[in-house]
Every structure is written in structure tokens, then in C-alpha cells.
Design a protein around this ligand. Structure first.
Ligand code: SF4
Ligand code: SF4
Length: 446
């Protein structure tokens, strides 16, 4: 659908400017073109033919983080993120897709095995120093204008994917009723492998069986770039996988995937058959944070409490943590945009962390502000993404936290890089790792 179809939504903007204070991009640049009001004015100008489609639109359309903070602050609840994403789709149709996007969206993301091979090749290049050579030769520019700058964001990459080690299939758990399907997001599969393993272990303590799913990418990356065709292709492939599963719940430890899987019915709003399929699966989709919190609440009375002996098994963790020289570990939390605004998950993460033995939870100012990660935003807008991140780092510093917890692999990369750049010592953990932190701490202290 073209932007013209959304004229009524766009025209709802009364130009009050309340979105300005919440927009990380506006607060960083001070430019009207970076805030919802400015972006909506631009879209209106396009529809009214006062602005022409050309490459000059790329920046105003693609600098939006899609964080949704403007909508939260807008009386009319104008869905600026969705409107901008629709405009991106039209931009790509009119101006043309980039070859790197075609490679990623059409040839890698639909096929997990190909993605594993590509990730291994990238890891080899990274870990052997070859990517630095490619960078020096200017080759990385092909994959994104700022990739040469962003190349140093990750020091090392895992040589083996999560599903390279734990193959898709059904694994027995120690719980006595639930059958869980573990949806493995690309970021958890090929980058945050350690966190994926922690989730898998935690889920096994909660369920009778855990099925490591043979899913493909959830579809969010092409959707973010405005490529609805490839988004639907990925979503349909996943719906095929879901329908063949014999599980009670589908749990994922990537808040971006969880939020997007819950959006499938909307993606297929013009396709009755697939919308019905997506709606049928919808109640089964759970972010691991909401699942673990609900389990903890239920655990007090449910028969799965025995299986939930996970917490009992880790009751000695504080002693291990005091071994780091501190009486209690200070933990804070960063809300991924796709958790807090995408799914309304906020109190659950705090509930889990405050319940962990040996942990002192300290709330961070602006914990729900975007970290600037926004998927692969740093690859295309490195400088802007780092300026947004600097604000988060200042807030983190004020907490004196030993550990920063979150639930999105892209946020984990961005936050860890910010910590390194600012010379801080805080460790970044996925919330699943916190439940498994005894082992994780040992591993990372070596
Ligand atoms: S808060 Fe909403 S209505 Fe007000 S300027 Fe921003 S987008 Fe427009
Ligand atoms: S989605 Fe986020 S970055 Fe985009 S305009 Fe709204 S507040 Fe700004």
C-alpha cells in the first residue's frame, strides 16, 4: 500500500510537538526532520505532491529508530513507526533495493543453514583479523555505508551457531506438564549463542519437553527496511513450522522476535487465509520474560514448582557473587523498545531480577529509552547510533551497576560496545543468563 492510503492517520498530527521530548533522534540532533512531527509533515508533503520521491528522502525516512517513543507521547497515538516503514517500502519500490539487502533478505534469512554458513564465514573473517584487512581495503562499504566504522563493535564472533550445537528437535525437560517450542531468533542463533544456551537450559527446567524449532528469521529485518514481500515470505515459512509443532507455547528469548511474531496477524491484514493462521498461533507466542515471570508467579502454587527447583539449585549463587569482592551485585535493566512498547513488558523483568538471590536491583534513569541499536541501525547510521547510545551510557554510569541486563541480542551488542567505548566494567547479560548466572560469571571471569 502506498503512503497515500495512510493520509488520514498522517493528517491527524496537530503539530503540538509533544513527541519531541521523547524522540532519541531529535534529542540528539535537534533537527525537526528527525522527529515524528517532521517525518509526518514530510509524508504529507509527498502525498500532496509538494515533495518528490528522490534519494534525498533516504535520510529522513531511514534515520527513524522505530522505537515508538513518539507514539507513547502523542495524544492521537499516531503510529509514526508503521507510517515511516510503509513509506520506506514505497521508497525502495521507487528508488530501488540495495544488493546487500537482496542477498540478506532473499538468500540468507529464509534459510537457517545458509545463515549458519555465512555467519561462520563472517566469524572466521572477524576472528582471524581478515575483516580488518577488508575494511582497510574499503570492501565492507558494499554491505552498508557505515559498516567500516561499525566493524569494531564486536571483538569476536562464535564459530558455531546455537543450532549448530543444539540441533532442532525435541529435548526432554524436568517439568511435568508444558511442552514448549523454543523459537530461535537469528541474533541468538549466530551471535548471542551463550545466551541462547542459557534460555534452552532454563526452559528445560520449566517444561516436560523443549522443541528447538527449525524456524527461519521472524521477518523483522526486511520489515524494518520496508520490504513487505520478503517479510511475508519469512512469516509464512514460520507459520508452516508452527502448524507442525506439538507444543503448548512458543517461547523466544529475543524481544524483537517476540514482538514481531505477535504482529503477524497485522502483516497479513490483506490476506484472510494467512491472517487466520497467524491469529490461531497468536496466543501461543510468549516473550521469555513474560513466560518466566508468569511461571514464577504460578510456580508458588503449581505442580511445576518441583521442576522450578532451578531457583533452589542456584540458591548458592550469591555466595559465588560475593566472591567477586562485593556484598551484593548491583543489577540494572535496559528495556528493549520491542519489549516495553512493542509488547508492554516492563514490570515482569524487574520482578524476575528483584527475586534473584544476591541481587540488588537499581533502576536506571530512562531505562526504556532506545539504546540506538535498533537492529542493524549502527551499520547504516553509526555516528547517530553512538550519540543515542552515549545518553544511555551516562545513565548506566549513574547506577554503578555491575551487571546490565536486557532481553534483545541487538541491544546486547550495542550496550556492550558502549560500555567498552566508555571504559566501563559493567557486564551485559541476557535475562536468561541471569537465571544461569553462576555458570556465566565463572566463564566470563576466566
Ligand atoms: S505528538 Fe503526535 S500530534 Fe503532536 S506533533 Fe507529535 S506526532 Fe504530531
Ligand atoms: S519512532 Fe523513535 S526515532 Fe522514530 S520518530 Fe518516533 S521517537 Fe523518533
Amino acid at each position: 500500500m502506498t503512503v497515500s492510503a495512510y493520509y488520514d492517520d498522517i493528517a491527524k498530527c496537530n503539530k503540538c510537538g509533544f513527541c519531541h521530548v521523547a524522540c532519541p533522534i531529535f534529542r540528539t540532533t535537534g533537527h525537526e526532520s528527525g522527529v515524528a512531527r517532521g517525518r509526518l509533515a514530510l509524508l504529507r508533503g509527498i502525498i500532496e505532491k509538494r515533495v518528490e520521491w528522490n534519494e534525498e528522502l533516504e535520510d529522513p525516512l531511514f534515520t527513524c529508530l522505530g522505537c515508538g517513543a513518539c507514539t507513547t507521547n502523542c495524544f492521537g497515538k499516531i503510529p509514526t513507526t508503521d507510517l515511516v516503514l510503509n513509506a520506506r517500502a514505497e521508497y525502495l519500490d521507487k528508488i530501488g533495493k540495495k544488493p546487500a539487502h537482496r542477498l540478506l533478505f532473499e538468500h540468507l534469512l529464509p534459510y537457517p543453514k545458509r545463515l549458519h554458513v555465512a555467519a561462520r564465514a563472517v566469524a572466521l573473517g572477524k576472528n582471524s583479523g581478515a575483516s580488518k584487512v577488508a575494511n582497510a581495503l574499503g570492501l565492507l562499504r558494499i554491505f552498508g555505508r557505515d559498516l567500516p566504522k561499525a566493524e569494531g563493535m564486536v571483538d569476536k564472533l562464535p564459530m558455531s551457531s546455537f543450532r549448530g550445537t543444539v540441533k532442532p528437535g525435541v529435548y526432554p525437560g524436568t517439568g511435568d506438564k508444558l511442552k514448549i517450542g523454543y523459537f530461535v531468533g537469528c541474533g541468538m542463533d549466530v551471535i548471542q549463542v551463550q545466551a541462547g544456551k542459557a534460555t534452552f537450559e532454563v526452559l528445560k527446567t520449566k517444561a516436560k519437553s523443549v522443541t528447538v524449532m527449525d524456524n527461519c528469521c521472524c521477518g523483522l529485518p526486511p520489515y524494518t527496511y520496508g520490504d513487505l514481500g520478503n517479510t511475508k515470505l519469512l512469516a509464512r515459512k514460520n507459520l508452516d513450522v508452527f502448524e507442525k509443532l506439538d507444543v503448548d507455547l512458543i517461547v523466544t528469548d529475543c524481544s524483537s522476535c517476540a514482538s514481531f511474531l505477535k504482529k503477524y496477524p497485522k502483516i497479513f491484514k490483506d490476506d484472510e487465509r494467512d491472517a487466520a493462521r497467524a491469529n490461531k498461533e497468536l496466543p501461543m507466542i510468549k516473550d521469555v520474560v513474560e513466560f518466566l515471570y508468569a511461571d514464577e508467579q504460578d510456580g508458588k502454587k503449581s505442580s511445576d514448582e518441583a521442576a522450578g527447583s532451578y531457583h533452589d539449585a542456584h540458591a548458592s549463587a550469591p555466595q559465588q557473587l560475593t566472591g567477586t569482592g562485593k556484598g551484593s551485585v548491583i543489577v540494572t535493566y535496559h528495556d528493549p523498545c520491542h519489549a516495553v512498547r512493542g509488547q508492554g513488558i516492563k514490570d515482569e523483568s524487574r520482578g524476575i531480577l528483584k527475586n534473584l538471590p544476591g541481587v540488588t536491583f537499581k533502576e536506571m534513569a530512562e531505562a526504556d529509552w532506545c539504546c540506538g541499536g535498533a537492529g542493524s541501525y549502527a551499520l547504516t547510521h553509526y555516528d547517530l547510533s553512538q550519540k543515542v547510545l552515549d545518553r544511555k551510557m551516562k545513565n548506566l554510569k549513574d547506577t554503578d551497576a555491575d551487571i546490565l541486563v536486557t532481553s534483545c541480542p541487538a541491544c546486547m551488542i550495542q550496550l556492550a560496545y558502549g560500555i567498552k567505548r566508555h571504559g566501563m566494567k559493567t557486564k551485559v547479560f541476557h535475562i536468561s543468563e541471569m537465571l544461569d548466572y553462576q555458570e556465566q560469571l565463572k566463564a566470563r571471569q576466566q
